[in-house]
Design a protein around this ligand. Structure first.
Ligand code: PLP
Length: 513
């Protein structure tokens, strides 16, 4: 492809993106395809001859798009947001266009130095303690990882290696494998699956401690677990706390956990993958309590900072602990300024060797939105979630399951779990909005997360109207079944629950018409 054709392809692709994002509300958020739909439409081999970009864009439109779930749609209310912005999209394009790798400073000095700059910008924007800044005297600093999972894994592996070194000094009579066999880590049963996975990869058991009824992990539970383990000869290594759990956006009690970790020389990592964005707001200052006492933390820019996936910030109080754990060198990786310039070689801070120039899209996103724009974005999500929360509260057929937290509302129709399950099934079949379910203590509920590239109050009204009319229809259908003598026996006990709910909510046949 020559540059003229490249230009045409590029311009057409930008038009394609604008058209896709500008009209995203017109598409069902969930695709209507069956498994293999895409595979069956594509050849089994690489085309032998080059194809024209126009054909490729046509196939993108006709084969690929129908098979997509539209994450940038405001009707995507599942998981947590993974939103993007114009600046970030252009940033990604430029990253690919420039095509550098930045595993050490010499590989592309600006790649490393821009990352140092944007990580300090972000740390200040989120009001993190100074010890996490590169610019502060001391061993702290921030790095961009691909995902929260990678950040957690880096913390777990570094904490593990530090513990092994320390314990070998204290107990020279023990072999390294004996020490490794005794290591143990902690998190809460509400933490993200990536934490358990980090334990599997690190070959170190992670105990998932029961969070309290309010779904918060506190120092008391950690202290009890550590004391029992020490008594049995185990070596506590790291506790991974969560600010903003995936299920309900609960915030673990960092201060009490920090006290226990300090007493037992245990690394404290905070996974703030979603909620970290709210550190920037004065009205959410409480969230930052205890952050000055943690060893490391992570926050996904691809969740709350309008930087497209993948982009996960990680800060370390003492980066040397990671560098010392991961420093595996070869002569071809060495360079003249290594270790002298106070500028990191980020390959020692991560799992892979190669690294993307993610700092570029962060820089462009931050500059195109400004700190004010970023704060406004987080506030908008909170206010849209408040709007949704009010709609739930005003409809007495529904109940909140946990307090609204940032842009997440956890709710359910009152009554049996089956009603929640059937409501979600209906919503999924209609594909107008996309939510996922969660469960706590046997109670099934729905998570409504404000997501998408540019959600608006009218989108919240749209989603609520879809949810509440589907509940109405569900109740009416059940009522009809009950009134059909031949069917009444089939629905039995369950119908009884629907009937109670329908009566509580004063649902009548008329309401659905
Ligand atoms: N931690 C929390 C609290 C999350 O909610 C998620 C994903 O939603 C993750 C970690 C995993 O994030 P990633 O996909 O960046 O690894």
């Amino acid at each position: 492809m020559d540059f003229d054709e490249f230009r045409e392809f590029g311009h057409a692709s930008i038009e394609f993106i604008i058209n896709y994002l500008g009209n995203i509300r017109e598409r069902d958020v969930l695709p209507s395809v069956m498994p293999h739909a895409v595979i069956n439409q594509l050849p089994r081999e690489i085309p032998e001859q080059p194809e024209h970009w126009r054909e490729i864009l046509n196939d993108l439109e006709s084969i690929i798009l129908p098979g997509l779930t539209h994450w940038q749609s405001p009707y995507f209310n599942a998981f947590y947001p993974s939103s993007t912005s114009a600046g970030s999209i252009i940033g990604e394009l430029l990253i690919a266009g420039i095509g550098v790798l930045g595993f050490s400073w010499i590989c592309s000095p600006a790649c490393t130095e821009l990352e140092v700059v944007v990580m300090d910008w972000l740390a200040k924007f989120l009001k993190l303690p100074e010890q996490f800044l590169h610019a502060t005297e001391g061993p702290g600093g921030g790095v961009i990882q691909g995902s929260a999972s990678e950040a957690v894994l880096v913390a777990v592996l570094a904490a593990r290696e530090q513990a092994v070194v320390k314990y070998r000094e204290l107990h020279p009579e023990l072999s390294e494998s004996e020490i490794r066999g005794k290591l143990i880590a902690y998190s809460s049963d509400q933490s993200n699956s990536c934490i358990e996975k980090a334990g599997v990869i690190a070959a170190m058991p992670i105990k998932l401690l029961p969070a309290g009824e309010d779904l918060i992990l506190r120092g008391e539970a950690l202290k009890k677990a550590i004391e029992e383990d020490v008594q049995e000869g185990r070596i506590p290594v790291i506790c991974i706390a969560t600010l903003g759990t995936t299920g309900t956006c609960a915030y673990d009690d960092i201060e009490s956990l920090a006290t226990v970790c300090e007493d037992h020389n245990v690394w404290l990592h905070v996974d703030a993958a979603y909620a970290g964005g709210a550190f920037a707001l004065d009205e959410c200052a409480d969230l930052r309590r205890g952050i000055d006492r943690v060893d490391s933390l992570n926050f996904n820019l691809h969740k709350f900072m309008l930087v497209n996936f993948d982009c996960s910030a990680m800060w370390l109080k003492d980066a040397n602990k990671v560098v010392d754990s991961f420093n595996v060198d070869r002569i071809y990786l060495k360079h003249k300024y290594e270790g002298q310039s106070q500028i990191p070689d980020f390959r020692h801070w991560q799992i892979p060797l190669g690294r993307r120039f993610r700092a570029l899209k962060v820089w462009i996103t931050f500059r195109t939105l400004g700190a004010e724009g970023l704060r406004a974005h987080v506030r908008k999500h909170i206010s849209l979630a408040e709007q949704f929360e009010k709609l739930v509260k005003d409809d007495k057929r529904f109940e909140l399951v946990a307090p609204r937290a940032l842009g997440l509302v956890c709710f359910r129709p009152k009554g049996d779990n089956e009603i929640t399950a059937q409501l979600l099934q209906r919503l999924m079949e209609r594909k107008k909005i996309y939510m996922v379910k969660a469960e706590h203590a046997g109670c099934l509920f729905l998570r409504f997360a404000v997501c998408g590239m540019d959600p608006k109050p009218s989108d919240i009204d749209y989603a609520w109207s879809e949810i509440e009319t589907q509940l109405t229809d569900l109740l009416v259908d059940q009522q009809r079944l009950l009134e059909t003598p031949s069917k009444a026996g089939e629905v039995g006990e369950l119908t009884h629950h629907f009937q109670i709910l329908a009566n509580n909510g004063n649902v009548t046949h008329e309401k659905s018409q």
